[in-house]
Write a protein that binds this ligand. Structure first.
Ligand code: SF4
Length: 295
């Protein structure tokens, strides 16, 4: 039931549609990012998050348009800077659920220097990468995850670079939650994002999200043929770092699921404790602080 202004009366259950802004996405038909948008909206509805308590930060790229298609707070920022902006927001507003979203070029290349620090500090931000192995927005240049030998507009004889392996990278950075999903399986993506949002601390979800325009339909075929759900393994244990490494580096299949999850203290919590300890026993005034600088 709608109230006088078209808003919802309190007793109605929130639905994924309520998290969409109504702006029509301008992604190419068939782009994997449509599924990610739907999965994020469904995950928020599953968690029954209040829109005003969620902020989604992005950088630049096709996938970085995502915050504009949501009705939560959003910030389409500058190239490669989604993570530090999301971190700053979370530390100043710990009550918010903060997501950082973007593509492989934005997060692993231009913004790659931010990943190890947010991961080791374990700041409570959820990072979702739409990994298609190409710079789509700028018309198909080689990206950090483009496979060796792949032809792009800047590697017309095939790429001679070894690609970054995101899962391996995040495990070595000691991220407390590392997972992979794909646009080809919406339900799996929703449950993975829900798990990431429930996790206390930094959570990284790499989504294999095909770019049909510059990488063709074969990206869909590769994911379909080579994917394996690791949580269906009889000895599955996401707290086992050794097994996580195996799933991250194996050339035999594309691992889908939560590879590693081990909660630990977050930077957010430590910062709060530090503030409390600094305040304890003493009332600080501006004059006290200034005395430390002015002799
Ligand atoms: Fe998606 Fe590729 Fe089109 Fe960009 S260029 S919207 S990544 S299909």
């Amino acid at each position: 039931m709608a109230d006088f202004f078209g808003g919802k009366m309190t007793e109605e259950k929130i639905t994924p549609k309520d998290y969409l802004s109504g702006l029509k996405p301008i992604w190419c038909p068939g782009c994997g990012d449509f599924a990610v948008l739907n999965a994020v909206a469904k995950a928020m509805a599953t968690m029954e998050l209040k829109k005003e308590n969620v902020a989604v930060v992005s950088g630049i790229g096709c996938s970085s348009r995502l915050p504009g298609y949501l009705s939560t707070y959003g910030f389409n920022s500058i190239h490669g800077r989604a993570l530090p902006i999301a971190a700053g927001l979370k530390l100043s507003r710990p009550d918010l659920t903060v997501l950082a979203v973007g593509g492989d070029g934005d997060i692993f290349s231009i913004g790659g220097n931010h990943l190890p620090h947010i991961a080791r500090r374990n700041i409570d931000v959820k990072c979702i990468v739409m990994d298609n192995g190409i710079y789509g927005l700028t018309k198909g240049q080689v990206s950090p995850t483009t496979p060796l030998g792949e032809k792009t507009v800047t590697t017309t004889y095939g790429s001679i670079e070894d690609p970054i392996q995101p899962l391996k990278l995040l495990l070595s950075y000691e991220a407390s939650f590392v997972a992979q999903s794909t646009s080809l399986d919406l339900n799996h993506m929703v449950s993975t994002i829900v798990a990431a949002m429930k996790h206390k601390g930094f959570a990284f979800v790499n989504v294999r999200s095909p770019c049909v325009t510059y990488r063709g339909k074969e990206q869909y075929d590769v994911i379909r043929q080579r994917s394996k759900y690791i949580d269906k393994e009889p000895d599955y244990d996401p707290a086992d770092m050794r097994k996580a490494w195996h799933h991250a580096i194996t050339p035999e299949y594309i691992s889908l699921g939560i590879l590693y999850q081990k909660p630990r203290d977050t930077y957010d919590e430590r910062q709060l404790r530090l503030r409390e300890a600094a305040k304890a026993g003493r009332e600080w005034t501006l004059e006290d602080v200034m005395k430390g600088f002015i002799k």
